[in-house]
Design a protein around this ligand. Structure first.
Ligand SMILES: Nc1ncnc2c1ncn2[C@@H]1O[C@H](COP(=O)(O)OP(=O)(O)OP(=O)(O)O)[C@@H](O)[C@H]1O
Length: 271
């Protein structure tokens, strides 16, 4: 075991019936690091994220979390810190229960695990809302009263409620408009700087991954074909498939790219 690693996936395989989806996948995540996971639709990114979360199957291989093998172990059966691997998914509209107030959404994971009394958990809500830059009066409101970007902030706050060491972020900004994407990405970075949480950041969008990742893994047909420092992989890719992904990104949607650059530039100027 390497003590410098938070997550160490070793030769992970997943089959869905006859379909061999993950093929000897090895990938590491260091404490406080963001690893971007890119690849075309159907390449197996979500399957790997779900395996790490304990909500998807593993046929063989090991997933070490802080040295403990958690492969095939559902979240409820995970001991200690491994219980606190959290997730933020793509769709902020369907991932929040519409009949619950934001306060109830935020305290539910804490109460469900018996980690705090309702009174203590409620006291945490204000802090969580502040962490994601939502007003404290949001607590008594319902998801329908918020925009997509605000709902994704609620989903991030819910993930933070258990003080996780890792959040699996599966396309967490894909459903948002471009300026909201930039602001939510900025929030992910700010939270990481403050808390030291690590992210596995799954996206088909290389410009998003480039903005947020320390290292990038490229997945093709269930295999990691390239894994390295973000600058290295995106500026000097070693694999043809990565080069094709990089070439495809700006050409496929030049207007989106220009808008995104403008949004990031505005962010960098503090607008
Ligand atoms: N529960 C399941 N049962 C059967 N096949 C599945 C299941 N989940 C995923 N698959 C298949 O596994 C393959 C990989 O899917 P996965 O969702 O991991 O890809 P992805 O890279 O995340 O794609 P996308 O970017 O479109 O979300 C696909 O062929 C998919 O149809």
């Amino acid at each position: 075991m390497n003590p410098q690693l938070l997550v160490d996936c070793i030769d992970v395989n997943t089959h869905f019936g006859a379909l061999h989806v993950l093929k000897n996948v090895s990938l590491t995540i260091r404490p406080g690091e963001t690893v971007g996971l890119v690849g075309e639709s159907g390449s197996g990114k979500t399957t790997l994220g779900r395996a790490i979360l304990g909500i998807g199957p593993v046929s063989s291989g090991r997933i070490l979390f802080n040295g403990t093998d958690i492969a095939g172990c559902p979240p409820g059966a995970r001991a200690g810190e491994a219980a606190a691997i959290q997730a933020v998914f793509q769709d902020p509209y369907s991932s929040l229960n519409p009949s619950m107030t934001i306060e109830d959404i935020l305290i539910e994971p804490v109460i469900a695990r018996g980690l705090a009394s309702r009174v203590d958990a409620t006291a945490q809500v204000r802090k969580l809302l502040k962490q994601v830059a939502l007003p404290t009066d949001a607590a008594q409101r319902y998801p329908r009263e918020f925009s997509g970007g605000q709902r994704q902030r609620v989903a991030i706050a819910r993930a933070l409620a258990l003080s996780p060491r890792l959040i699996v972020c599966d396309e967490p900004v894909s459903a948002l408009d471009l300026s909201t994407q930039a602001r939510v990405l900025d929030l992910f970075i700010e939270i990481q700087e403050r808390t030291g949480v690590a992210y596995l950041f799954v996206s088909h969008d290389l410009s998003v991954v480039r903005h947020i990742s320390h290292r990038v893994a490229v997945m093709r047909s269930g295999e990691i074909v390239e894994f390295g420092e973000c600058d290295q992989v995106t500026a000097r890719p070693a694999h043809d498939y990565t080069r094709r992904l990089l070439l495809a990104a700006p050409v496929a949607d030049p207007i989106r790219q220009a808008e995104r650059r403008a949004a990031f530039q505005a962010l960098e100027k503090g607008n």
